[in-house]
Design a protein around this ligand. Structure first.
Ligand SMILES: Cc1cc2nc3c(=O)[nH]c(=O)nc-3n(C[C@H](O)[C@H](O)[C@H](O)COP(=O)(O)OP(=O)(O)OC[C@H]3O[C@@H](n4cnc5c(N)ncnc54)[C@H](O)[C@@H]3O)c2cc1C
Length: 379
């Protein structure tokens, strides 16, 4: 039984069904409509999607950038990373994709009628031989294993790590997709960094661009009466002309506003017949764009562990945890440290961070990233 139909849950469905497990899948939303803005799937995630037989379809919906450039708000270059060389040496490219396109691709591969929608998990009970998932409205389902792919506010987590609460990272993001029309060359992802703020442009396929603003933010502050676009125009005044160009292209629509959280360390990711994956286990801040890729790595390892010894669920879940937990938690911690430096409220901290990025050598940064990617389950 899988709870949650985000990128992690849908991929898990495909992976389990693909090796012959019988899958029942529950999602609290009553329909799977638009799924947010864009996402960067790095080669570690792409390799998992390829093992699920989705490589060609991913390439068809994604845009494969060749460069990642960081600049100051005045346009001055801080660093330029040759992504194409990383792709060549990693054995797979990375893609920027629309989340809705990726969700549609995964749903299509899962097939019609395979998800039970409008099913909000509210708790679980388990014994040595079975697990029962309880849903809102008094319904329940019984199976051999429950996989909690239900995101950062996971209900399934209550039986594995009951006291763990998401931790607010002190920043907000404002994201969306607008027509590109020359705003950003298709082969280059750009990030503008300055004053503890960040503005990223990630070109998508089909003449679209995914934008991402981020800045320090007091949690719960209300939306300004002028709306987010006016707010961002003021917050990023004097930044490159792409800022007003993107906001203009929204044509009155509002960007999506997200208060960014991650999960502190969990002692366990599983308990007897219940396992967590993706954000339910290791939600991370988006600094290095690895949250969904780590969910995909989880899927790959979890299914392999269970496939190798389906009769010993507890043993398989322990192997899954020991293969995956250290790596995912290292990424959560690394990403949080990066976020705190990039979005510090103290000028001396963010200034030092930009100087370090400027001073770093591109080949060495590329090697570091390749090292991270190579430690994924598919090398
Ligand atoms: C601004 C931002 C940018 C990011 N950029 C990147 C990036 O470039 N690359 C990358 O790899 N990652 C990125 N991430 C992280 C990535 O979005 C997440 O790690 C990933 O989407 C997590 O997928 P998931 O399936 O684990 O969880 P989710 O996507 O949260 O899915 C959980 C699902 O479970 C359902 N659900 C929740 N509760 C219940 C319940 N009680 N019962 C039943 N169903 C339930 C939800 O409706 C949802 O469908 C970014 C995150 C943010 C915030």
């Amino acid at each position: 039984m899988i709870v949650g139909a985000g990128i992690g849950g849908l991929s898990a469905h495909l992976a389990f069904a693909g090796v012959g497990f019988e899958v029942a899948h529950y999602e609290r939303r009553s329909e799977l409509g638009p799924a947010g803005a864009g996402i960067f799937i790095w080669p570690d995630g792409v390799k998992v999607l390829r093992t699920l037989g989705l490589g060609e379809r991913l390439a068809a919906i994604g845009n494969r950038p060749d460069f990642l450039v960081m600049r100051g708000p005045d346009g001055r270059p801080l660093s330029e990373l040759p992504l194409k060389e990383i792709w060549d040496r990693s054995g797979a490219p990375g893609y920027v994709v629309s989340r809705t396109n990726l969700q549609d691709l995964l749903l299509d591969a899962v097939g019609p009628g395979r998800l039970q929608l409008g099913m909000r998990c509210i708790g679980l009970d388990q014994s040595d031989t079975e697990v029962i998932v309880h849903f809102d409205g008094g319904l329940e389902a019984i199976g051999d294993l429950a996989v909690g792919a239900d995101g950062i506010h996971s209900a399934v987590r209550s039986v594995v790590a009951p006291d763990v609460e998401p931790s607010y990272a002190g920043i907000a993001s404002w994201v969306g997709i607008v027509p590109n029309d020359g705003v950003q060359p298709e082969d280059t992802v750009v990030e503008y960094l300055g004053e503890g703020k960040r503005f990223g442009l990630l070109p998508l396929s089909n003449n679209r661009v995914y934008f991402n603003f981020a800045a320090a933010w007091d949690r719960g502050r209300p939306r300004p009466a002028t709306g987010w676009s006016g707010f961002l125009e003021r917050l990023f005044a004097g930044w490159p002309p792409q800022v007003p160009a993107v906001l203009r292209r929204l044509e009155g629509r509002e960007p999506i506003h997200l208060e960014i959280c991650d999960l502190p360390h969990l002692d366990r990711w599983s308990s007897v017949r219940v396992a967590l994956l993706g954000d339910a286990a290791h939600a991370t801040t988006p600094t290095v764009g690895q949250g969904a890729c780590q969910a995909l790595e989880d899927v790959d390892v979890l299914v392999r562990c269970l496939q190798s010894d389906p009769a010993d669920v507890d043993g398989a879940l322990r192997r899954y945890e020991s293969e995956r937990k250290g790596r995912a938690e290292e990424i959560v911690a690394f990403s949080r440290r990066g976020l705190e430096r990039l979005h510090a409220r103290d000028e001396s901290i963010y200034g030092e961070t930009y100087r370090a990025i400027h001073a770093s050598s591109a080949p060495r940064t590329a090697m570091t990233i390749e090292g991270w990617l190579a430690r994924g389950p598919n090398g």
